[in-house]
Design a protein around this ligand. Structure first.
Ligand code: FES
Length: 120
């Protein structure tokens, strides 16, 4: 049974779910969470702004949570492609395909994940 609370005021056309507390993700940090559908998602706190992307590199599927946050991008731990956390775009070879991004809402001290967006 899914017991995660929905965002107050949300509706079925724009559902969001709590995936972490804001204190779990200080500025400059990465955090792996699971989306409501079980998909692995990476949260990143860029100077107080929370972003969410698929937690799997589009090149050879490295876990991006093991990478490094660099400005507003995450660096893949295996072959060092960078992905823009705002758009999901691959910024360096060898990755060429983007990673999916997710809508994020900060509700009080909670991080809520919204729908998956189409990769840029
Ligand atoms: S697995 Fe990420 S760049 Fe190769």
């Amino acid at each position: 049974m899914d017991t995660a609370p929905a965002t107050p005021g949300s509706d079925s056309s724009n559902p969001t779910r709590r995936v972490a507390g804001l204190t779990d993700l200080p500025p400059g940090e990465l955090l792996a969470v699971a989306a409501p559908d079980g998909t692995r998602v990476l949260l990143a706190n860029v100077d107080g702004e929370v972003h969410a992307v698929a937690n799997e590199c589009s090149h050879e599927f490295a876990p991006l949570e093991e990478g490094e946050l660099e400005d507003d991008s995450v660096v893949c731990p295996w072959h060092f492609s960078r992905f823009c956390l705002r758009t999901g775009k691959a910024l360096d070879m060898p990755a060429v395909d983007p990673v999916a991004t997710y809508a994020v809402q900060v509700v009080g001290d909670e991080i809520h994940l919204g729908p998956r967006r189409t990769p840029a």
